[in-house]
Design a binder for this molecule. Structure first.
Ligand code: ADP
Length: 676
């Protein structure tokens, strides 16, 4: 039995639903090792079709093709891959070398796909290349070679896995006559070495060097003519034993992707830069969120006595105490005052001035872990409260009685007020005297309006108050504080009585403060002005974060689309390479892996670049902000960096899957079609 047997081979190309073209008609052929067969025929006679079928690139045929006794028509993907890797080598008219790979890498490609280790790969490729006279060209790119040299590299690639059959499609079609002769010598040698070489050719000159010439016309074999045998060959060239058939490794795929990306370096840098913008904005946004949050927490912890929880009346708690048991309409109470709709706004809540009732205080006393309650009074005015000093009125916004919630850190100069004394904020003091300190010991007249009634009295400034932060109400607003006793006295002087509107709840232990705050919240009481302002601020920050996330999300989406497009272009550009890889035994999976590796690398580089740029911006931004406000605001963490890189890789790989699948699905025959 011959090495290759073709029995009753028929090939039809579907043209339309009920129309097909009969391209190979009852072909009956057999070939043996050592033969050098030329297939000749007019253009369109079916030569390429026959080659594709014999080479296992086209499995849609009728009839039987037995290679070494095995019917290739029945091969599963795995067997076909092994067939391509071990039994068959292809040589093409247009060489089909991968342009961005070196000569050596082009030849080792088939072994790379078989996961042969690097050393063996190189040694074998060099052996074959040296034999073909290409010793000095290992590191050259195909574009740096002459036509004959290119074809010799392609022959080396076909030979390196020591196949039994070489299929050559017009191997000298693109070469001048002298180079053609050299290439034909090599091809003859291959046949003499005992391989079966099947060539397609137009040229009688090429055919004359064969041991057999098969003529095909209109899909039929019309002539099969034996020529003289090749002379016995002495300089036999044998390749070491075949390697075990494994598959393309992950690292080899990454290396191939890297080589390709290096070739299009400029383009890939631009893509990575584009991709990094999205990642950078996400990381900066996270860093900003954390920075602001850290700042708020630090500031609040610094200036707040941890054992104290502040409670304020709200309209909700007020309604509860009015206690008629009827549900209030959200639109407001009968006085026409706005209802709950507005109380949700922390800033509005803060300007409410609702006094505590007996029942409220009783309720507060029942909260678990509360040891003691201190009542105080604060009010916000839109500048109608004033301090008069040396005949000049200075308006301020925040008035309050001092409480245990204040610490020494709140006193910038001077001391806490005693009876008959007040403390004022630094900015107010600066407006009254040359330096804030000059105001200490000075007498001022404080004029307030409580529930519409004017109140006034003369007091000595004992100290300058600071909230110690930019967020505390008193540094955001000009403020005046006095003791509860002084305030009570001030009211009595004006025939009024104090109605406390702030309660300070002392916890038995600082660790229980949060429980108390939660309970206050559940009962509907408002928190401290600092908490409330912080809440307002956080709310604004949240909105800001959503907007930024939106922008960052859009840029990530744009990056993804960009990567998708670039990889699609890459697939189109590399159609021929994909065809070659398939012809030499690359599985669909391998092709997909090469392209996915590329998108993985783009993602990795974009991510690294994004993290790098974000770090630089954080660094610069923090230095600037620190100089202006004495604090940093962009808090990058390793977690954010890692998250950014991972997100970049994931997005990129997802975007890469579609083009990779397209590449994997490419038909090798289409991909390798020589443009005739
Ligand atoms: P050759 O290689 O001898 O020039 P081909 O094997 O390429 O010829 O083509 C043989 C015949 O099959 C031609 O008539 C061609 O038009 C037809 N043919 C080739 N490929 C296809 C295809 N994919 N669909 C339909 N007809 C095809």
């Amino acid at each position: 039995m011959a090495f290759v047997e073709v029995n009753n081979l028929n090939k039809y190309y579907p043209i339309s639903d009920n129309n097909r073209f009969h391209a190979l008609k009852d072909v009956q052929l057999s070939f043996d090792k050592g033969e050098l067969v030329s297939i000749i025929g007019e253009s369109g006679s079916g030569k390429s079709t026959l080659m594709n079928v014999l080479g296992g690139l086209d499995l849609k045929f009728e009839g039987e093709i037995l290679v070494d006794g095995e019917n290739i028509g029945h091969f599963k993907e795995k067997e076909m891959v092994a067939f391509h890797k071990e039994k068959i080598g292809f040589i093409f008219q247009s060489f089909n070398l991968v342009p961005h790979l070196s000569v050596l890498d082009n030849v080792t490609l088939a072994m790379t796909l078989s996961n042969v280790d690097g050393k063996t790969r190189k040694a074998r490729a060099q052996e074959v290349l040296e034999h073909l006279g290409l010793k000095d060209h290992y590191q050259k790119k195909p574009s740096q070679l002459s036509g004959g040299q290119k074809q010799r590299v392609a022959i080396a690639r076909a030979l390196v896995n020591d196949p039994d059959i070489i299929i050559a499609d017009e191997p000298t079609g693109a070469l001048d006559s002298q180079t053609s002769d050299q290439v034909l010598d090599i091809i003859q040698d291959i046949a003499k070495d005992g391989k079966l070489v099947i060539m397609v050719t137009h040229s009688e000159r090429v055919a004359s060097r064969s041991t057999r010439v098969v003529t095909i016309d209109d899909g039929k074999i019309i002539n099969d003519e034996k020529r003289e045998n090749l002379h016995e060959h002495t300089d036999t060239f044998k390749i070491k034993e075949r390697q075990e058939n494994k598959n393309l490794s992950f690292f080899a795929a990454i290396r191939m992707a890297l080589l390709n990306m290096k070739e299009k370096l400029g383009r890939n840098i631009l893509i990575a830069l584009g991709g990094s913008i999205g990642i950078m904005s996400v990381i900066l946004m996270l860093a900003l969120g954390k920075g602001v949050n850290d700042y708020l927490t630090d500031t609040m912890n610094e200036n707040v006595n941890p054992i104290i929880s502040e409670a304020r009346m709200t309209e909700e708690t007020q309604e509860d105490t009015e206690g008629d048991g009827e549900a209030e309409t959200p639109a407001g109470d009968p006085d026409g005052k706005p209802g709950n709709l507005v109380t949700n706004n922390p800033a509005v809540q803060l300007s409410k001035n609702i006094p505590f009732e007996e029942t409220n205080i009783a309720e507060l006393e029942t909260i678990p872990h509360v040891d003691n309650i201190e009542l105080a009074y604060t009010s916000f005015s839109m500048g109608s409260d004033t301090v008069a000093y040396e005949e000049e009125n200075h308006s301020f916004m925040n008035f309050g009685t001092i409480s245990a919630n204040m610490t020494d850190s709140n006193i910038l100069h001077g001391s806490f007020p005693e009876f008959g004394e007040v403390i004022i904020t630094e900015e107010m003091a600066n407006n009254m005297a040359d330096t804030a300190e000059d105001m200490i010991g000075e007498e001022v007249e404080v004029k307030l309006s409580v529930d519409g009634s004017p109140l006034s009295g003369n007091y000595t400034v004992s100290g300058i108050y600071t909230a110690g932060s930019a967020i505390g109400p008193a540094s955001a607003f000009d403020s005046v504080f006095m003791t509860m006793d002084t305030f009570t006295d001030m009211n009595e002087e004006n025939d009024l009585s104090v109605e406390p509107n702030v309660a300070y709840l002392f916890a038995d232990e600082a660790s229980n403060s949060q429980l108390i705050k939660d309970e206050l919240n559940d009962l509907g009481y408002g928190g401290s002005s600092t908490d409330t302002l912080a809440a307002t601020f956080t709310q604004m920050l949240d909105i800001f974060t959503y907007i930024l996330s939106g922008v960052a999300g859009i840029s990530l989406f744009v990056s993804a689309i960009m990567i998708l497009t670039v990889l699609y272009i890459s697939v189109v550009e590399r159609t021929q390479e994909i065809g070659v890889i398939k012809a030499i035994g690359g599985r669909n999976k391998d092709i997909r892996r090469i392209f996915v590796s590329e998108s993985f690398l783009i993602g990795l580089f974009s991510g690294l670049l994004g993290v790098g740029i974000a770090s630089l911006i954080s660094l610069g931004g923090n230095i600037a902000v620190e100089n202006l406000f004495g604090t940093t605001i962009l808090h990058m963490t390793p977690t954010y960096a890692l998250f950014g890189i991972l997100a970049s890789i994931i997005i990129s790989v997802i975007a890469g899957v579609f083009p990779a699948n397209k590449a994997a699905r490419l038909d090798p025959i289409e991909a390798l079609r020589r443009g005739d």
